[in-house]
Design a protein around this ligand. Sequence first.
Ligand code: CMC
Length: 393
Amino acid sequence: TGYITLDPGFKNTGSTSSAITFLDGEKGILRYRGYPIEQLAEKASFMEVAYLLIYGELPQAHELENFHNSITKHTLVHEDMKQFFEAYPAQAHPMGILASMVCSLSTFYPESQDPNRGYEAIDLTIHRLLAKLPTLAAMSYKNAMRHPAMYPKNELGYCENFLHMMFGMPTEEYTPDPVVVDALNKLLILHADHEQNCSASTVRIVGSSQANLYASIAAGVSALWGPLHGGANQAVIEMLTKIQEDGGDLQKWVDKAKDKNDAFRLMGFGHRVYKNFDPRAKIIKKAADDVLDKLGIDDPILDIAKQLEKVALEDEYFVQRGLYPNVDFYSGIIYRALGIPTEMFTVMFALGRLPGWIAQWKEMVENGEPIGRPRQVYTGANERDYVPMSDRK
Ligand code: CMC
């Protein structure tokens, strides 16, 4: 069998060559297809960034129009899917619902299960996913609230349409605040790709077995759900709220995070690759200030977050280990300000990450990568004979 190199958590193992996202963890650099994240977050629309990630270049005006038009044609989901929502318990976590719904899409579009379908059919699946994820996410929120579901409105932009489906009511016209639309657009862009992270690697490895794209993306949603990955944005707000309710003694919580006998970690701190700073966190921290200011919101949780960052970064434990606030530390504070409920935060991350997952899957297919199949070092029992039940001790 040859010699196996062990690398738990793949800390040092490259799984692929990729031309999508460049990341330098020492210098805090993140670029999509060569474009700095700072410029994209400031100037681009989420649709443009989705196109860039998936097709490799920024779209020209007519390309963006065709892309957006095609997506808006597919925003409705099959009416039968409504019944799925009704079957979940009232407190069902929306990430559990989203993963199931995305996988269910493969049953409505069985042609997606043919690994040999052509480019056009693949594009159709890609556009369907981009179109239907916001609809499914908003449907799960409306169902949880026991409010009537709002149908998508195709004359709206991607972010406006999502906000309409989340916060609109059949009884009155809803127009989102442009500050809210801009903030959402920025957050989705910042989350859109992050090279071979846990969920992107999951999408690639599931897709490498030629499982269909819906099933591969559903696996990515499941991977993202974990609190060490995308689930951190929900965990951060829960942690900050707990600290507030506990009286706001930040040193106590920092000490708790340092205690090796305590499983508690500072949520929203640390990153596998960024050891100096997370460039997304820098942008989001500033955006949180801007958005709350513009919306006239005074959120005590933001003050706690800023103080916690200060206390932690003055502590040798965090400095020595290169533990800085990551993208999720401040994102939840903005989502809160936009009116998104805490348990939907990771769903928002999924909406943002979707083009990245699609781009990673497409690259894996186009590169003709082999099935992902890691090896192991066996540490179990040596050969032994079967013991009849009556002789077992
Ligand atoms: N609080 C306290 N200690 C920490 C933390 C933290 N948040 N993160 C890492 N450490 C310590 C860890 O205990 C270890 O200490 P030692 O060297 O004494 O054993 C050292 O720092 C290195 O940590 P690691 O767990 O070996 O690092 P990793 O690369 O395997 O994990 C991480 C990276 C992001 C999972 C981890 O930093 C973490 O659990 N952070 C909190 C959860 C979080 O915010 N996740 C979101 C990540 S960014 C968005 C995304 O990827 O979705």
